[in-house]
Design a protein around this ligand. Structure first.
Ligand code: GDP
Ligand code: IMO
Ligand code: MG
Length: 430
């Protein structure tokens, strides 16, 4: 079973990028299947930090083939910038390594402008999107009016489609009281993007299927997280794609087949950026302590937007839900080092709502906002764990905390990270 899947088990930013980097050492093909440059995946190797938004994090290993799958929505300008960023960092990004699905959808400046205008119109009820045009791009896809990567293969057709697209977007921007776009400027830019990206656009579904048939391993890199999934997440405070494991097959255009590991990435505490319910959310000094000041690169400020993330205790109810919704059979727990020095740690094991105790998220996930967490308190540890590489060398209290998360979540923790750097990972043997 040569397929592994990495999924965010919370609201994104769990540390998927660094775990994908770790697992890519033994993988031939790495592929993104959902989302776009709303994602920000960080990989730290020595003193180098890579922030990837569209290209799978596995590309940093020189032996991998990287795929941008059909389920993605791709801003070509961002993609070209990312290719340049990687090249200047010494990563080879050439035709032999990077493959873009011909059926992935395009994000245009029009769709980005619509994202901003729609958010502004929502006022207090806004979702807090990343402003990358993600929602409008998936809306265009579902309404069968979107532009696809394959449209870039025919410059004349592309210009016609862009003209019609910008005219349509401008009508909506005007209705929302926003500034219209200049179609000619967009067309000129896309002419250049098309010329540069054309050689990389291909039938990735066929390439991945052939690779699997030839016995190559595939690592599917999820973006966002289970609780941001369009169907399984805290709707409407979600993104617009399938972020859960089931999205791998449609998002890469490959047939259903057995999977080896479905790995959920879990941060040692809970974070969320943007609006929506968050039962274990903290405020005040403790929240500031978990978030960090912003001085460290790993402090809780968005990789894509720089916004401070909301923080709270680990929510075991939502973790159990993520295990079920994805069929997670392994977990990787990140940022354990951040908890060092706290006297007591809390784990949410259930919710109280209208006088009842619930072990699962309530029916009608919008009621999540009214849930009060039921906590279990565990002793913290004072030791710095950043240089520990063996599970047995972790402080007893840390091991107890991890075991309890496994029990509550219902899946084994196979990796624990104790710092952002490639080497700062413990294999638990679980
Ligand atoms: P992703 O979107 O899931 O890939 O996660 P992000 O890259 O957006 O956010 C995770 C942040 O935590 C990044 O800044 C990582 O470098 C950092 N990080 C990941 N694992 C650890 C860890 O074990 N300890 C610390 N201190 N930082 C970590
Ligand atoms: P990675 O892959 C954290 C959030 C936004 C907003 C909601 C909808 O780095 O984990 P969108 O722009 O997608 O329409 O925004 O989803 N969001 C993320 N939060 N990590 C991400 O990606 C996210 N991608 C989107 O903040 O609440
Ligand atoms: Mg991120």
């Amino acid at each position: 079973m040569p397929i592994d899947i990495v999924i965010g088990a919370q609201w994104g930013d769990e540390g998927k990028g660094r775990i994908v980097d770790l697992l890519s050492a033994n993988t031939a093909m790495v592929a993104r299947f959902n989302g776009g440059d709303n994602a920000g995946h960080t990989v730290t190797i020595g003193t180098d930090t890579y922030k990837l938004h569209l290209i799978p994090s596995g590309i940093i290993h020189p032996h991998t083939q990287a795929f941008l799958g059909a389920g993605m929505v791709i801003n070509p300008e961002s993609l070209l910038k990312e290719m340049d960023m990687l090249r200047s960092a010494g990563v080879t990004v050439d035709l032999g390594r990077l493959h873009i699905s011909h059926t992935a959808h395009l994000i245009t400046p029009g769709l980005k402008a619509l994202d901003a205008a729609q958010e502004a119109a929502l006022k207090e009820g806004r979702i807090g999107t990343t402003g990358r045009g993600i929602g409008p791009a998936y809306t265009a896809k579902a309404s069968r009016s979107g532009l696809r990567m394959e449209d870039m293969l025919d410059p004349w057709l592309l210009q016609d489609k862009l003209d019609a697209h910008i005219a349509q977007v401008n009508e909506r921007l005007t209705a929302l009281g926003a500034v219209e776009l200049d179609a000619d400027a967009v067309c000129t830019d896309f002419d250049r993007f098309a010329a540069e990206l054309m050689p990389y656009i291909t039938d990735t579904a066929a390439m991945i299927s052939d690779g699997l048939e030839a016995g190559q391993r595939l690592l599917a890199e999820g973006a966002q997280g289970t609780l941001l999934d369009i169907d399984c997440g805290t709707y409407p405070f979600v993104t617009s794609s399938t972020c859960t494991a089931a999205g791998v097959f449609s998002g890469l255009g490959i047939g259903l087949q057995p999977v080896d590991q479905v790995i959920g990435i879990v941060k040692a505490f809970q974070t969320r950026v943007g609006g929506g319910p968050f039962p274990t959310e903290l405020s005040g000094e403790l929240a500031d302590r978990l978030r960090g000041t912003g001085e460290n690169p790993w402090d809780e400020f968005g990789t894509t937007t720089g916004r401070p993330r909301r923080v709270g205790w680990l929510d075991g109810v939502l973790l159990r839900y993520a295990v079920r919704a994805n069929g997670l059979n392994a977990l990787a727990l990140t940022k354990l080092d951040i908890l060092s020095g706290l006297p007591t740690l809390r784990l949410c094991t259930a919710y109280r709502l209208d006088g009842q105790v619930y072990a699962r998220p309530p029916f009608g996930i919008s009621r999540l906002a009214d849930c009060k967490p039921v906590y279990e308190d565990l002793p913290g540890w004072q030791e710095d764990v950043q240089n520990i590489r063996k599970f047995r060398d972790l402080p007893e209290a840390a091991r107890v905390y991890l075991r309890r998360i496994e029990e509550i979540g219902g899946a084994p923790i196979r990796w624990v990270s104790v710092g952002p750097e490639r080497e700062q990972v413990i294999e638990t043997g679980h």
